[in-house]
Design a protein around this ligand. Structure first.
Ligand SMILES: [Zn+2]
Ligand SMILES: [Zn+2]
Length: 347
């Protein structure tokens, strides 16, 4: 089969590799679509320690069941379309016992530790199949739109914590694919206003075109002042940092009002992750501050329901499409910060 094989930073080759077959408990999918995540790009540019070359990356997978190994009891049939949950728990730690697989102390992941979706076929390991990671999708959901399910599941994990209510004032830092997904969720939950900030006018334009809310370009000037001005001087009930800029975490704390919920959705560079803020602000104002890492199975099921909605702009998220042969071109588009989601047509 054909696959995009990662040999190290900036070295991806399209090669013919052995097609996987399904052993006991395993499932092989023919990959229909695999969208490119910011993490895939980061691996392409810098590498990552759980991706040992030669490797096949890609975890935002939509496939059709091609082969089911002996002993699989996962409620799936050959030719059924499915999405794949990325994280595989160890099954033994306290978090796995609570079915919080994304928090497993020694999790592994498809597209990192195991071969991923930038190939014609992908094998889903037995532990993932048994955990319920192969999730059927209804025929009513266009295959391509299902490629948004994985990143959307992560956003829904973060949104579960902030629990936005109709009428909440919402602020999102970052208008990349993840920021736009948060804006879509918060808008659909009745938040008003929804304000999205970024330093890229091209990205902010999507927010306005999709009718997701107001925008503030923070490329220059005092970001806090500019945001407050756009917000008519009123602070926010919900704030989400959907970028890896530490300053926006500090800004979020300055821009929320009493009883606000803040999601530090994205991580920041590990050598610059220490914040300096007044903890009494959290205390006296009953501020809740949440982290978020990847997603769990229930978030995939919620995401599937949400991408089925025709009133939300999902199809417009898919701005770039490439064949597997052009994988390197796809990375170039993402590095240039163009568009929203780039999808690889693998099969
Ligand atoms: Zn992803
Ligand atoms: Zn575990």
């Amino acid at each position: 089969m054909k696959a995009a094989v990662y040999y190290g930073p900036r070295e991806v080759r399209i090669e013919t590799v052995p097609k996987p077959s399904a052993g006991p408990g395993e499932v092989v999918l023919r990959v229909l679509r695999c969208s490119v995540c910011g993490t895939d790009k980061r691996i392409f540019t810098h590498g990552q320690k759980n991706v040992i070359p030669p490797a096949i990356t890609g975890h935002e997978i939509v496939g059709t069941v091609h082969e089911i190994g002996p002993g699989v009891d996962a409620g799936i049939a050959v030719n059924q379309n499915v999405v794949v949950a990325t994280v595989v728990g160890c099954g033994k730690c306290i978090y796995c016992k609570r079915k919080q697989y994304n928090l497993c102390d020694s999790f592994t992941a498809i597209g990192y530790d195991y071969a991923g979706g930038f190939a014609e076929y992908v094998k889903i390991p037995a532990a993932a199949v048994a955990q319920g990671n192969v999730i059927p999708i209804p025929d009513s959901i266009p295959v391509e739109r299902a490629a948004l399910v994985e990143p959307l599941s992560c956003c829904l994990n973060g949104e579960e914590y902030v629990a936005a209510q109709p009428g909440d004032r919402a602020l999102i830092f970052g208008a990349g694919p993840i920021g736009l997904m948060h804006a879509t969720i918060l808008k659909s939950r009745g938040c008003d206003p929804v304000i999205v900030t970024d330093i890229s006018e091209e990205r902010l334009a999507y927010v306005r075109e999709f009718g997701l809310g107001q925008t503030v370009n923070t490329a220059s000037g005092n970001a806090v002042e500019k945001i407050l001005e756009a917000a008519g001087g009123e602070k926010f009930d919900v704030a989400v940092t959907a970028n890896s800029v530490k300053a926006t975490q500090v800004d979020a704390l300055k821009l929320v009002r009493k009883k606000a919920r803040i999601s530090f959705f994205a991580g920041v560079p590990k050598d610059n992750s220490i914040l300096d803020f007044d903890s009494n602000f959290i205390h006296y104002n009953e501020i809740s501050l949440f982290g978020c890492f990847a997603s769990n199975l229930q978030h995939y099921h919620q995401a599937l329901k949400m991408v089925a909605r025709e009133d939300l702009p999902w199809d417009r998220f898919l701005t770039h499409r490439f064949k597997l042969d052009d994988m390197v071109k796809a990375y170039a588009v993402i590095e240039a910060g163009q568009g929203i989601k780039t999808v690889i047509e693998c099969g």
